[in-house]
Design a protein around this ligand. Sequence first.
Ligand SMILES: [Zn+2]
Length: 163
Amino acid sequence: MRCPYCQYEESKVIDSRPAEDRKRRRRECRKCGRRFTTYEIVEKPLRIVIKRDGSLEQYDRNKLLAGIYHAIKKRPVSYAQVNEIADKVEEKYDNSWHSQMSSVQIGTIVLEQLRNIDEIAYIRFASVYQNFKDASSFIAVIAALNQEETETGTETGTEPEET
Ligand SMILES: [Zn+2]
């Protein structure tokens, strides 16, 4: 970032704050010591979904929302709650070192959220996401759900499984 006064190339950042999709930085020239302000565009890396077959796809919030809406059909889940789930997924993306997640990891985050919101929606989403091949695996999820409820309120975090 060149100094606008003396054209020297090095400056030190003395203040940095977000301004809409930009960062406002207050800088001080390392040569002449004069201060100036820059507005820098923060590049957000593309969020990538790694699908089950190993292929890559660009993350699409609307697609995720559509999947969640399918699961919450006729259930008392609000628009805000659905968006919060998507926010959680995006938060995970932004906090991770790589901006890629597997569809299984995303599904796990959604399931963790839905479990706390609506049981029926949780089971519906699980049945789609975990691709149940037969009734027994579906029953297994419901059994696990019931078991968790009978256990004395200990929250066991489920780690996303790498397959
Ligand atoms: Zn300067």
